[in-house]
Design a protein around this ligand. Structure first.
Ligand code: IMP
Length: 427
């Protein structure tokens, strides 16, 4: 039995989908624990593209349970669309999907509030999926949970309470508060969606616990990355959930003693979507070339991602926050075409050298990245062992391992499942 958490070590989009897909081969269940449809995985099956936002990346393996834990915020319509897209491809045909009855529900008024706020401030650059307002409702103890979709009277009462509380805010933000008829429509739609989701809904905390106790391999799939964590990320430029490994226990409802391993994922460079500090960001042609080479456009919003050099002090922070035992390095091939590759190895601030990204935003703004460089290494898509990699690529990997302080479990040298160097067994 082995329970492994897979978590992003940067600002999201590290390539978790591919790594989870590979590890899912040996797992009985793949479990999401936080966030919602702000995440996005592009999966290619038989030449057809499937983009999932809520359903875990284990979906490509028939018979593996795909679990949406209670810590998630779920838009029922998006989930139904995803289920239909999966079933259209012959996936999720055998009761694999399990949806936590305690997960919170995203309703149209969450997206309305978020859209208005983004128009006013734009600073955070959220995915506009209503994630933040749904978590706000949860913490305010007026959230709608999946199990409320089967209780019409309670659902109606909660929607009214939420709209009453949000209407002054909506007006303040320049919007039009929802009418009674809007609310009635939303309730009817949510109840209808609930009926269609009912066969998948269960006590996922108990289900996952029982699977672990029965000796099954269970994989927890983190969403976003540790540096977008609500408590420990680059606040306020973060998402609204706990994206670090500890979030898995909290979000699913299992104890930390059940976890065996934490595998982090880092891209060979760095990207970020939306606002917030990004000290190694490349601007102009350099950033654009990396964006094109890596296909760095959001799977959820299509937004161009900000691109830059690998930030090892930021990676060290990601590794520490999640207590990672191993790392998967992705997109090493993307850097191969460059004449020279750089990475930030430390920061200088007020005459001191820092080995982690500072936490205070003012310090981040003043800290000066210290770079090291390596010559480019050319195409590496055919490499299946570390020894098959050109010398500069090996030295780059060694430097990351040394500065991050954990060994690599796998190195990805292309988008295809086969384009991977496997170094250690995750389970
Ligand atoms: P929210 O999660 O939509 O509230 O967005 C908050 C911040 O997290 C924004 O900067 C988003 O761009 C970022 N974010 C949310 N989800 C992802 C993701 O899956 N990958 C990368 N960034 C994300």
């Amino acid at each position: 039995m082995s329970v492994v958490i897979v978590v992003g070590a940067q600002w999201g989009d590290e390539g978790k989908g591919k790594v989870v897909d590979i590890l899912a081969e040996k797992a009985e269940a793949v479990v999401r624990y936080g966030g919602g449809a702000n995440a996005g995985h592009t999966l290619v099956i038989g030449g057809r593209k499937l983009v999932t936002h809520l359903i875990p990346s284990g979906v490509l393996h028939p018979g593996k349970a795909c679990v949406l834990g209670d810590g998630m915020v779920v838009d029922p319509q998006t989930l139904l669309e995803e289920i239909a897209a999966c079933q259209d491809r012959g996936l999720l045909a055998g009761g694999e999907l399990k949806v936590g009855e305690g997960a919170h529900v995203i309703l149209p008024y969450h997206r309305l509030v978020e859209g208005l706020r983004e128009e006013q401030r734009k600073a955070i650059g959220t995915t506009r999926r209503g994630i933040g307002p749904a978590y706000e409702a949860k913490v305010a103890r007026r959230g709608v949970r999946i199990r409320d979709l089967f209780r019409p009277a309670r659902l109606r009462e909660l929607v009214t309470q939420n709209v009453d509380e949000l209407s002054p805010l909506i007006l303040h933000l320049g919007g039009t508060p929802p009418t009674a008829s809007d609310q009635a429509t939303w309730v009817d739609e949510a109840l209808a969606a609930g009926e269609r989701l009912r066969p998948f809904v269960c006590d996922t905390s108990r289900w996952v616990h029982d699977a672990i106790v029965a000796g099954k391999h269970v994989l927890f799939e983190g969403a976003q990355g540790g540096l977008l964590d609500i408590d420990h990320g680059t606040y306020p430029y973060v998402t609204s959930s706990s994206t670090i490994a500890a979030g898995a226990c909290q979000g699913v409802g299992i104890g930390p003693s059940k976890i065996d391993k934490v595998i982090g994922i880092t891209k060979a460079y760095a990207t970020r979507v939306g606002g917030g500090p990004f000290p190694t960001e490349l601007h102009g042609d350099a950033g654009e070339n990396l964006r094109k080479a890596g296909g760095e456009y959001g799977a959820t919003t299509g937004r161009p991602r900000r691109c830059g050099w690998l930030d090892l002090p930021a990676l060290r922070l990601g590794v520490r926050l999640s207590g990672m035992d191993g790392l998967a390095l992705t997109k090493l091939d993307v850097l191969g075409g460059l004449p020279e590759v750089s990475a930030c190895v430390a920061y200088k601030l007020d005459g001191r050298e820092l080995d982690e990204l500072p936490q205070d935003p003012d310090d981040v703004a003043r800290a000066e990245p210290v770079y090291a460089s390596w010559p480019g290494w050319g195409p590496i898509g055919d490499a299946r062992t570390i020894d098959a990699l050109p010398d500069p690529a090996r030295r780059y990997i060694d430097a990351i391992e040394r500065l991050a302080g954990v060994p690599f479990t796998m190195v990805s040298v292309g988008a295809d499942r086969a384009e991977t160097i496997l170094l250690r067994d995750a389970f």
